[in-house]
Design a protein around this ligand. Structure first.
Ligand code: SF4
Length: 201
């Protein structure tokens, strides 16, 4: 079976929305400004976007604050109409989930659970606040498996009855574009994923 072409599916949805003259609301989970930068160049054309910064995996509070501040600045300077919500730090939740998986390699079970943690909360909030769709910028990273991320997103969508926008934001030069935007705007681009375990790898 051919793997799903998430990027093509997303573009087909954009065409449908345009055709129908619809502009749904979207709660977009983001882990940092670099990962949000490229998706934000086109998502606000089709959705009323609110970015949700919920990343309990970044247990270092200074790093949490730094990434959030860069995201806030990026939105304020470029997308003043895009909303921004900061979620709880929830460090304990992440540490409990990661217990026994500290040595797991990046891309393994700890990461799958980490995606689940963040998407579950994004789906829950989307339902609670009445968003039409939710999504995540995590698929921008070439190191992260879009099938895994989107599979989790779709399960959460089923649970909460909110639509999930499956994506592969690295496609169409999305990842390279994010690097260019970071350079042009002097955005902080961290050199590790987020948890303490990814820092020492
Ligand atoms: S490496 Fe990244 S995705 Fe994996 S557990 Fe750590 S923060 Fe989460």
């Amino acid at each position: 079976m051919n793997p799903r072409q998430y990027h093509k599916e997303m573009k087909a949805l954009f065409a449908e929305l345009r055709e129908a003259g619809e502009r749904p609301t979207l709660l977009l989970h983001a882990c940092c400004a670099p990962c949000a930068s490229s998706p934000l160049t086109f998502l606000p054309e089709y959705f009323d976007v609110t970015v949700y910064y919920y990343n309990p995996n970044i247990t270092d509070l200074e790093e949490q604050d730094k990434r959030f501040e860069e995201l806030r600045r990026h939105l304020a300077e470029n997308y003043p109409r895009v909303g921004l919500i900061r979620g709880a730090h929830d460090e304990e939740k992440f540490l409990k989930m990661a217990k026994g998986l500290e040595e797991a390699p990046e891309g393994g079970l700890r990461c799958a659970r980490c995606f689940e943690l963040r998407l579950e909360e994004t789906g829950r909030l989307a339902k609670q606040e009445g968003y039409d769709f939710f999504a995540t910028t995590l698929t921008l990273s070439p190191l992260k498996n879009p099938m895994l991320i989107n599979g989790i997103g779709e399960k959460v969508a089923e649970k909460y009855g909110v639509k999930y926008l499956a994506s592969d934001f690295k496609k169409d030069g999305g990842y390279l574009q994010s690097i260019e935007i970071c350079k042009a705007q002097g955005l902080y681009r961290q050199n590790y994923c987020g948890c303490a375990y990814s820092k020492r790898i």
